[in-house]
Write a protein that binds this ligand. Structure first.
Ligand code: FEO
Length: 402
């Protein structure tokens, strides 16, 4: 059966939910699933905004057929060529022979890279658009704005002048299947969705804060009533709240005065020290303290928490004279995703030559504007009773830095 919902009188959501995919990009766990959003504009001309992952093509094509009500498709706008959205382009173009593909020059090039373009006479059916160009569908005039590296080079977003809708590509997207609820005001976004939205942004778009800032500046010049992203709920209320989150994330500003303690512990002794620190911090009035085992928590969750929190404690065993491997992986990911502007405190452990503190400190120096607190806890095997004063001073410096 078709599954569609009206976004406005003549814009229809024709996307799909995917609850079978375990790892998004074969990398990120998505226990809540994901939606691939696509929108059909019914006007004098019919315009389809993006397609879906090939895994969801059957449902998608049924939705599009139903929403078209027997009409031809005139345009397929391709805003982003990552296969979770371009995966059904060939099928759409074969099924609707009058349709033309509209996209940036780079997007159209990528169609030829991913697919055998002769499958739908691609050369004659492609319309390249540049910054500021428009497509008139009748009452709806679509304005195209390039958004390179949010988070691929070919990305563009589209503003519908009539309904004041921003089709935002991956921007403002989130993990999570829609479960019948299309709009942000139909869900408890802050309670049930924000953590996944943050995890999606920080891990997938997080590296490109500067480019997101450029896009936000373009968006600020528009009268936007609704944001239609390619994943997750459509925003029709509280737009400023979510745009504010994007602004913070892309400026690499912490959302919360909070401490995230991430520990790498082989036999539990480093974990014990981290636990003792968490108690001290709580006693000193730090309310938002979270602890994560770097071996047990997916790195995408750690990255999201690192973006959220103002202060980080890395507590780490020394392993083969180096950094405990899962902590080393986390540090590489932090650097790759441009983590910056954090205050970090270090606890190191080593039975014969504790080196992880010095090595982690060197890694942090490769990132921008990371302040490493001077006072470091160094443990030989286990933190013994008798070091309470030292631990207290360590906790105090973090509390004072907040
Ligand atoms: Fe949702 Fe970058 O693809």
């Amino acid at each position: 059966m078709q599954i569609t919902r009206h976004v406005t009188d003549d814009i229809i959501w024709v996307g799909c939910n995917d609850r079978r995919l375990a790892l998004f990009e074969n990398l990120f766990p998505i226990p809540r699933g994901v939606s691939y959003n696509s929108y059909l504009i019914l006007d004098e001309k019919t315009v389809l905004m993006d397609t879906v992952d090939s895994a969801a093509s059957r449902q998608f094509l049924e939705n599009v057929d139903y929403a078209l009500q027997g009409r031809a498709l005139d345009y397929l706008v391709v805003q982003h060529m990552e296969p979770d959205h371009c995966g059904t382009i060939v099928e759409v173009m074969q099924r609707y022979p009058e349709a033309k593909v509209v996209g940036s020059v780079k997007a159209l090039q990528m169609i030829g890279q991913f697919y055998d373009a002769s499958a739908f006479d691609a050369g004659e059916r492609m319309v390249a658009v540049k910054e500021g160009e428009t497509l008139c569908a009748g009452a709806h005039t679509l304005h195209f704005a390039m958004a390179p590296m949010v988070h691929w080079p070919e990305v563009m977003v589209t503003y519908d002048e009539k309904d004041k809708v921003l089709f935002a590509a991956d921007a403002f997207g989130t993990f999570g299947a829609l479960n019948g609820k299309l709009f942000n005001d139909e869900v408890d976004f802050e309670g049930e969705w924000l953590a996944d939205a943050r995890r999606y942004y920080t891990n997938i778009v997080g590296k490109y804060g500067m480019q997101v800032q450029t896009l936000l500046k373009k968006a600020a010049a528009l009268d936007i009533r609704m944001i239609c992203p390619l994943h997750g709920p459509v925003w029709r209320s509280d737009l400023g709240w979510f745009i504010g989150k994007y602004d913070k994330w892309s400026r690499y500003e912490a959302e919360d005065k909070a401490v995230v303690i991430i520990y790498g512990s082989i036999y539990g002794h480093t974990e014990n020290a981290a636990d003792a620190l968490a108690s001290r911090l709580t006693e000193k009035g730090v309310q938002d303290v979270k602890m994560y085992d770097v071996s047990q928590t997916h790195v995408s969750e750690l990255i999201a928490e690192i973006f959220r929190c103002s202060h980080i404690v890395l507590a780490c065993s020394t392993y083969n004279g180096g950094i405990y491997p899962p902590m080393a992986d986390l540090l590489e990911d932090m650097k790759a995703l441009s983590v910056q502007n954090k205050t970090v405190a270090l606890m190191e452990n080593g039975t014969w030559a504790a080196a992880s503190g010095r090595l982690i400190s060197a890694k942090l120096e490769e990132m921008k504007n990371m302040t490493v607190l001077e006072n470091r806890i160094s443990i030989r095997s286990a933190l013994q009773n008798g070091r309470e004063t030292e631990l207290d001073a360590f906790a105090q410096q973090i509390a004072e830095a907040m």
